[in-house]
Design a protein. Sequence first.
Length: 202
Amino acid sequence: MAENRVMKVMLINSSIREHGCTDRALREVASVLEKDGFQADIVWLGKGPIADSLQPHEKDIADELLAKAGEYDGFVFGTPVYFGNLNGRLTSFLNRFFYGHANLFKGKIGAAVASCRRTGGITSVDEIYHWMGLNCMIIPTSCYWNEVHGNTPSEVEQDLEGLNTMRQLGAMISYLLKLKKLGEENGIAPEMMPVVRTNFIR
């Protein structure tokens, strides 16, 4: 790895609103990463359809971002909470993003954030981590659950604890990126075991 390479984090906003509460939370995380010299790219999944299938489908945002995923050292997935869990757009996206593409994510950093009016944030964050846990990703924590509260971005601005949690998450991601860079420069990387599949049918 070139010593002067700028490490990159992709922050994905799955809200139907490009500049809503989820975006506000992700921007707080990104502000810390950028302050520490990392490239933080916030990507909106848009309003178009996202196929939840590996069957033939029209090219969509999942294909577009998969083509770029190998360039990134970390990922933050953001979701609004509608009915107590992550939204359907992100579920479809994550199924496509991760299935069959483990080599793009192994040993990289992954985090999740949720924005909610009142509750359901921790359930949504926990659910997103299922995809990361199956793909050998390194998961940073923060000083509280990774969620912000508010019905509008201006209300999120009033959630001082939530915004502080986002900044602390950004700081932990930054710390892990620095460790990852030191490891790469010194030939240190996590050992990846061969995949073993067992079906419990009896």
